[in-house]
Design a protein around this ligand. Structure first.
Ligand SMILES: [Ca+2]
Length: 362
């Protein structure tokens, strides 16, 4: 009986094979070709034109925010520009609306920080919630930062431990950089709500001092904090600086400048020399190098941290370059500053330009 059943199954199976000789093919998808994420992006793409002294950029879902020194907070999404109203007007002709940084948990708490001139020449860092295109729940996390038309500092960054660092300028009064009771000419360090961290070196907001006009902050792959700073200006220029920042240290302004050394003061890792001026205005760490925009130098600079070698890119191509930041797509984004009264603007200025960093590794 069992034998007959097996025979029957073999016959049926055979018939099945005869009547259905074409098996349905199982399609195995070809593996996706491995594409270098940046390979298809052009070296240079102008994304926005007609900006008016843009100072900082932050990336949000579906777009980006840009501050203009004249007092506008702009939101760009799918090619559309919206102006986000500031709760405070910016005084004309003074420092203005400068740095902007998002809270490390912005996607959950909507917190945004803006560095701006308020009354007179004093600068304040405000924290807001950005909800439905409106800045609400204002909190002044630090105020009465000395300001002036120039030398206002204004750059802000969070470190991986979520402390907020803020650069402040000497507000053209050099001596305040050495005064630990003044907030000018410093790098400040605060909790995200403005509270003073207990491990700050001087029981106040000051983290380091003796700075003239620091404009860029970035941490390298080993967690070291780096800073760019404008050297002397006026009749003579030069001695712009790249400094490695350590807690509580004195970076020398106005006692020393350039490669000069003095006990108790920190000499920059790199300076531009007495004749060249970069006017370094930002800072970004990328693959063993520090990148910064140069205003007076009209270039994008790369300093190899190990060799201290400095390379210039786009010299005189875009005019004055203020800010460089890396986008969530790994691209560099730079902002020009040709409408600040010191440049020679072309019709497109000022511009947001996307730069593919792959070109720097060839
Ligand atoms: Ca210095």
């Amino acid at each position: 009986m069992v034998y007959k059943l097996i025979i029957a199954l073999v016959i049926i199976g055979g018939l099945g094979f005869y009547f259905y000789p074409e098996k349905k093919e199982i399609v195995i998808p070809e593996p996706e070709p491995v594409i270098e994420t940046t390979a298809a992006v052009p070296d240079v793409t102008v994304l926005e034109t007609g900006l008016n002294i843009p100072w900082d950029i932050a990336f949000v879902e579906d777009g980006y925010l840009i501050t203009e020194r004249t007092g506008n907070l702009l939101y760009f999404k799918n090619g559309e520009k919206t102006v986000i109203k500031l709760p405070h007007p910016i005084p004309k002709g003074e420092g203005g609306l400068l740095g902007m940084v998002l809270h490390p948990h912005f996607v959950h708490n909507n917190l945004i920080y803006l560095y701006m001139t308020t009354t007179g020449t004093l600068n304040t860092v405000f924290r807001y919630e950005l909800v439905n295109g409106e800045l609400i729940n204002e909190l002044a996390i630090i105020k009465d930062i000395p300001g002036a038309i120039y030398h206002d500092g204004g750059r802000m960054e969070f470190d991986i431990d979520e402390y907020l660092y803020i650069t402040t300028g000497d507000a053209t009064k050099a001596d305040i950089a050495q005064n630990l009771k003044s907030l000018g000419g410093k790098i400040l360090r605060l909790h995200d709500d403005g509270a003073i961290p207990v491990d700050n070196p001087f029981n106040n907001a000051v983290w380091s001092y003796g700075h003239r006009n620091p404009q860029g902050l970035a941490w390298d792959g080993e967690g070291n904090l780096w800073e760019t700073e404008h050297g002397r200006s006026g009749l003579v220029t030069g001695y712009d600086e790249v400094n490695k920042i350590e807690k509580g240290k004195n970076y020398g302004w106005p006692t020393i400048e350039g490669p000069a050394t003095k006990a108790g003061l920190v000499t920059p890792v790199l300076d531009s020399g007495p004749k060249d001026a970069w006017a370094p205005a930002s800072l970004l760490f990328y693959r063993g190098s520090l990148f910064f925009g140069g205003l007076k130098g009209e270039a994008l600079y790369q300093m190899n941290i190990e060799t201290k070698e400095l390379t210039e890119y786009f010299k005189n191509q875009f005019g004055r370059i203020r800010t460089i930041r890396k986008g969530p797509d790994g691209m560099f984004y730079i902002l020009t500053s040709n409408r600040d009264g010191r440049g020679k603007p072309v019709a497109e200025d000022d511009r947001l330009i996307r730069i593919n960093p792959d070109q720097f590794n060839k």
